[in-house]
Design a protein around this ligand. Structure first.
Ligand code: PRX
Length: 600
């Protein structure tokens, strides 16, 4: 296929928006015979029914560069076996199966088997330490876990006693002397039948659980339902310009929502070939995959692009497009963090394709705002709302969040006005709850709008521009990190009296986690203690969440209610004005009382 000769799926934005209806788009799905919708069915069964079982669904690049493929028929068989295993183990419909897995074939058969069987899938990030793993499995009442022996022994076995609901641990590689209370994934699946009939599934039945972080409290378990697949499917066409015959590569880790919605579900519903890279990021490896696999559509993240930009000295040297054959590459998009205009331009020069920014979040389940294939990219802008998505900028109150007065919000029409991004509730992949936390869920909605927690502005042409988060959540390398989770782990260290955690801007990762730590008086705040606290946090939280920097302080600023004022820590770190400090317990730099605001 000549990349230049493919007409965009959506040639004209305005007319697509004017005529769009989610109900009509529903005909793009196969649907279950009784009218229900099942994500697993849309990803595999439909292709077999339509006679495309021999198409390559997955092309897996091993760490050593070896190549393995799996057709839709093989994927259907493998996921059928896993669906039978879940039934044989006695898991009820709606019960939760967790994965702690990198990108490998078994991940796909586990996810799709779980969805086809009507059980709920919750993926975990393999770079989490035992603490975030245990917390999420506790909150999600994990019934079954699929992982590797190594990950189990390092991250789950030490916390298993905290997980009474976890009945079945299935190891991909149990070995000759498996750890106690574990089952063999290969033994169970090998013995199971390779055909499975997807049962009746209500479109509003829970399918996926994704944990995401907030400013306070425990991680939030966002619940998504089977009809979300309509949004996965449609947005992959409209925003990622996915066509039949494409070779698609989504680089996101399967432990996060992007890795699920676009790494697994969306491309499989389209019947295209998905590239699965078992290896880790390395510039030469990634360029090699783009070229050798003839990737046509590439969905990645700004942090990865920045790493590629750094790796290639541009001045006077040939660009990657010059020494790799990237001629198949037709569309490049990114998500997760602001995409700088520089990265857009770099894409044009180095890859031969501008990078298209897209915006969404765990709660939205699918892309909501994007730069589209048919339009010139507006560098620095997130893009415009997808057809079927109504967005608005809502006026904020003193706390920096959308102001809700008498149940109403004020929509700002003025171009350039800054406020909280809101989306009209009701698109198919909208989250349907935070697990066990109805009040937290309700607080996300006002006046029919879903409030996103992001500050944005909209220009006169309707393009949205990212301004920042309205809360204290840290965005590091495209992943959200809850400061409270990090602070809680730090406080478990015997020397830590209190901690305040913020994001410090970083040229590569966007932000890194920095902790301000108030040590207990009997512990001198020296290099050795810093090293010890850092190592302690890393062991508990894992490298993806643990602070990279610790600064010992003699006191932390607090509000009158005793909450650490992270906003002030951030402002001081960056040398910015401190803003409104009226709620500060002991205002100004004089607050060096050594009082932590909490009992030791
Ligand atoms: O703050 C926004 C940022 O990532 C948040 C969502 O993170 P998460 O739920 O982990 O999902 C990540 C991938 C879907 C958003 O609230 N974000 C996402 N995309 C962009 C972005 N910030 C700026 N520009 C974007 N394009």
């Amino acid at each position: 296929m000549n990349a230049l000769w493919v007409a965009p799926v959506m040639p004209d934005y305005d007319s697509a928006r004017a005529t769009f209806s989610w109900r009509r788009e529903r005909s793009r799905l196969a649907g279950l015979p009784d009218g229900g919708i099942n994500i697993g069915y849309e990803t595999v069964d439909r292709h077999l029914r339509e006679g495309h079982g021999e198409r390559v669904a997955l092309r897996c690049v091993g760490r050593d560069g070896s190549l393995q493929t799996m057709t839709f028929a093989q994927l259907a068989a493998a996921s059928s076996r896993f669906a039978h295993v879940l039934e044989a183990l006695g898991l009820e419909r709606g019960e939760r199966v967790f994965t702690l897995l990198g990108r490998r074939f078994e991940l796909y058969s586990t996810v799709l088997g779980t969805l086809r069987a009507g059980r709920v899938l919750c993926p975990l990030f393999t770079a989490f330490g035992p603490e975030p793993v245990a917390l999420r499995m506790e909150l999600g009442n994990a019934r079954a876990l699929v992982t590797t022996r190594e990950l189990y022994e390092r991250k789950v076995a030490p916390v298993r006693s905290r997980l009474p609901h976890l009945r079945h641990v299935l190891l991909l590689d149990p070995g000759a002397d498996p750890p106690p209370d574990t089952l063999s994934f290969p033994a169970l699946t090998d013995a199971a039948p390779d055909e499975y009939t997807v049962g009746s599934t209500d479109p509003a039945e829970p399918a996926l659980l994704h944990f995401t972080s907030g400013t306070t409290g425990t991680p939030k378990g966002a619940v998504h339902v089977h009809e979300a697949v309509l949004a996965h499917h449609v947005t992959a066409a409209y925003a990622l310009d996915l066509h039949e015959g494409d070779v698609f590569w989504c680089t996101a880790d399967p432990g996060w929502v992007t890795g699920m919605s676009y790494g697994i579900i969306a491309p499989l519903t389209h019947g295209v070939t998905t590239v699965v890279d078992e290896g880790d990021f390395a510039p030469a490896r990634w360029y090699g995959i783009l070229a050798d696999q003839r990737v046509t559509v590439w969905y990645t993240a700004p942090t990865a692009l920045r790493m590629l930009m750094r790796a290639v000295p541009r001045d006077g040297k040939p660009t990657p497009a010059a020494w790799h054959d990237l001629s198949a590459l037709r569309f490049v998009a990114s998500v997760g963090e602001p995409l700088s205009p520089e990265a857009v331009h770099w894409g044009r020069e180095a890859l031969g394709r501008a990078v298209h920014d897209t915006w969404w979040q765990t709660e939205t389940g699918a892309i909501m705002i994007a730069n589209f294939a048919a339009d010139p990219v507006r560098p620095g802008a997130m893009g415009r709302p997808l057809p079927g998505v109504e967005a608005a900028v809502v006026a904020c109150g003193e706390d920096g969040r959308a102001a809700v007065t008498g149940g109403h919000v004020q929509i700002l029409q003025e171009p350039g006005a800054q406020g909280e991004l809101a989306l009209q509730a009701g698109w198919p992949s909208m989250f349907r709850g935070y697990l066990h936390e109805p009040h937290r869920y309700e607080a996300c909605f006002a006046d029919g709008w879903c409030l996103t927690g992001d500050l944005v502005s909209r220009d006169a042409d309707g393009w949205y521009w990212f301004v920042g988060r309205a809360d204290d959540v840290i965005e590091s390398a495209g992943h959200l990190i809850g400061p409270f989770e990090v602070e809680s782990a730090l406080m478990e260290h015997p020397a830590v009296a209190e901690a305040g955690v913020v994001g410090r801007p970083d040229p590569l990762a966007g932000a890194i986690v920095k902790a301000f730590v108030l040590p207990r008086p009997e512990y001198p705040p020296d290099t050795e203690l810093r090293r010890d606290v850092l190592a302690f946090a890393r062991r508990r939280l894992g490298p993806a969440v643990a602070p990279r920097e610790i600064e010992f302080v003699e006191s932390l600023p607090h509000t009158h209610c005793g909450m650490v004022m992270r906003r002030l820590l951030r402002a001081r770190e960056l040398g910015l004005p401190e803003g409104d400090v009226s709620t500060l317990e002991t205002p100004g730099p004089a607050e060096t009382t050594g009082h932590s605001g909490k009992e030791p």
